[in-house]
Design a protein around this ligand. Structure first.
Ligand code: DOR
Ligand code: ZN
Length: 346
């Protein structure tokens, strides 16, 4: 049996939601990963130090129930027009690691997103000064959906990187070859997260044959050439690219309907999917750097000191994961994967 032992991974982009869904989805993240950067686009949103502290407490209650003491949530706040430099200072003092910028209307719960970027310059200054990371949902509103990321990556991203040269900036869930090139070309305070599902999917897997709502996410999966460029970046060993699953569960009835929500619930299969991709690329020895080293280094965190085993054995992914009365469809639902991620018990 082939096994691959790697340092426990971190997920630098996850949607854990709230309430019953939080309790139901947390095991998929907390039992495998050492840390996860928790996105703030909840309802209501996480806007302040106080919001982040109470959200962290709610997550920690569930971590305790799971007995997952090794797991540490890394908190974020959402940057909106009312965010001030004082908001940033208070959040940083409360341990908030990053501020997340959603342009207005580009994705789930971003109706309060940013319209006037310039108005936030004092906020970016403060983030730069107090070493808070700026996480970007990199899509330009109003642009054709397949071009939104490229537009953002060629305009806003280099501009912000130039104006705030010491600010650490992450282009989240990168999906295009053009954005990859931009991130590569900018200074080393600019990085990007890579999701497992964007390494597999193209637009054909969303709308090419039958409509596949569980593959619908923002940014939408792009062309085969873009997908191949993402795989090349993931296996490249370039520390600018690291894992952020963007695992984004939505109840079945909000995915399988006439006006479905964007989001792929990939946490239950994240490491297994990555192992498959890296095996196909004959790059398994490089997986650990993507999942367990580059992100931690970029965020200035120590590497995890525990390990997981990826075992080459069949893993039958369920059709749905039941959370109370709600059903959530994991990525690769009802398929059999070739790898299973197991926790090392000492
Ligand atoms: O597909 C997505 N789902 N993209 C996002 O940016 C947000 C996420 C969500 O919260 O559902
Ligand atoms: Zn996300």
């Amino acid at each position: 049996m082939t096994t691959l032992r790697i340092r426990r991974p971190d997920d630098f982009h996850v949607h854990l939601r709230q309430g019953e869904i939080l309790a139901g989805v947390l095991p998929a993240t907390a039992l495998t990963f050492g840390r996860a950067l928790v996105m703030p686009n909840t309802l209501p949103p996480i806007l302040t130090a106080a919001d982040a502290v109470s959200y962290r407490q709610a997550i920690c209650v569930e971590i305790a129930k799971l007995g997952a003491d090794h797991f540490h949530p890394l908190m974020t706040i959402k940057l909106v027009s009312s965010t001030t430099p004082q908001t940033i200072l208070a959040a940083r003092a409360a341990g908030v690691v990053a501020g997340k910028l959603y342009p207005e209307g580009v994705t789930t719960n971003s109706e309060d997103g940013v319209r006037d970027l310039e108005a936030l310059y004092p906020v970016f200054e403060q983030m730069q000064a107090c070493e808070m990371v700026l996480c970007l949902h990199g899509e330009s509103p109003g642009v054709f959906c397949m071009d939104r990321e490229q537009h953002f990556a060629l305009s806003v991203l280099p501009f912000l990187a130039g104006c705030f040269p010491k600010l650490r900036i992450v282009l989240e869930h990168v999906t295009t070859a053009a954005a990859l090139r931009t991130v590569e070309s900018l200074h080393d305070k600019v990085a990007a997260t890579v999701t497992p599902h964007h390494l597999l999917l193209t637009l054909d897997d969303v709308v090419g044959d039958k409509l596949q709502p569980h593959h619908f996410c923002k940014p939408i999966a792009k062309t085969p050439q873009d997908r191949d460029a993402l795989i090349a970046a993931a296996v490249s060993g370039n520390p600018k690219f690291f894992l952020g699953t963007d695992s984004a569960p939505h109840p079945r009835d909000q995915k399988e309907c006439a006006s479905g929500c964007a989001g792929v619930f990939c946490a239950p299969v994240a490491m297994e999917v990555l192992a498959e991709v890296f095996e196909q690329q004959e790059a398994l020895p490089k997986l650990e750097a993507l999942t367990s080293e580059f992100g931690a280094r970029f965020y200035g965190l120590p590497l995890n000191d525990s390990y997981v085993q990826l075992v080459r054995e069949p893993y039958a992914v369920p059709q749905y994961i039941e959370v109370g009365d709600t059903q959530l469809a994991p990525f690769r639902a009802a398929t059999v994967l070739n790898w299973l991620c197991q926790i090392e018990t000492s």
